[in-house]
Design a protein around this ligand. Structure first.
Ligand code: HEC
Length: 187
């Protein structure tokens, strides 16, 4: 063995042992929760409640919790009836509403009659309701129907309103729909 060899082996040993003897962790970039203050479970401070009135990000508080009439009058659907909004409304309706209200809103969802049959969304009442009243029911619930405000965002609730209108017009086309249908089928 030459001196060069001995030196190389020694250097390798130093390197290897250096690797295994980390007494100090390396430099910590953004330690996040490594050094979190420890609380005993259930002790004061460990389950601190948010400040009163705190709302989650992007949560829009509902302005008329006790006033459906005002909701009907004052709330306007912020979205235009575009095909992407209708697709979004359809997707959400099919997740959150269809189980009770059925594919066309007629109250024939597949958990009925285990769950009491809801009234039809095709009724004259709901067809002539302003958008804000449908939005109100989704936001606040109504009798047996729970509120969907925590599961369906405000934007998605408005998209669902557009989709319900489309379901209604598919059963009760207005003159605009009839004209469009005739035009599309005149070629
Ligand atoms: C668990 C079953 C269930 C689900 C899910 C459900 N609903 Fe309902 N819904 C009902 C029942 C039951 C009623 C009737 C409540 C009552 O007696 O006033 C109702 C009432 C309504 C009404 C009022 C109809 C009227 O004539 O007064 C609207 C509008 C409505 N639901 C829309 C929706 C929408 C939109 C969704 C999805 C976000 C939804 N519901 C999800 C059960 C449900």
């Amino acid at each position: 063995m030459t001196f060069k060899h001995v030196f190389t082996v020694a250097a390798a040993l130093v390197l290897i042992s250096g690797c295994s003897e980390h007494k100090q962790p390396n430099f910590m970039y953004m330690p996040d929760m490594v050094w979190s203050p420890a609380f005993k479970a259930q002790k004061e401070g460990s389950m601190r409640m948010p400040v009163a009135g705190t709302i989650p990000r992007e949560f829009v508080p509902y302005p008329f919790p006790n006033d459906p009439a005002r909701a009907g009058k004052e709330l306007k659907n912020p979205f235009k009836r575009t095909s992407s909004i209708l697709a979004r409304g359809q997707a959400k309706y099919n997740v959150y509403c269809i189980v009770c209200h059925g594919p066309n809103g007629e109250g024939d969802g597949h958990i009925v009659p285990k769950f009491p049959r809801p009234p039809s969304l095709q009724s004259d009442k709901v067809r002539t309701w302003p958008d804000g009243n449908i939005y109100h029911v989704m936001s606040m619930g109504q009798n047996l129907m729970p509120s969907y405000a925590s599961q369906v965002s405000a934007a998605d609730r408005w998209a669902i309103v557009h989709y319900i209108r489309a379901l209604q017009r598919s059963k009760n086309p207005n003159s605009e729909d009839v004209k469009e249908y005739a035009q599309r089928n005149s070629h």
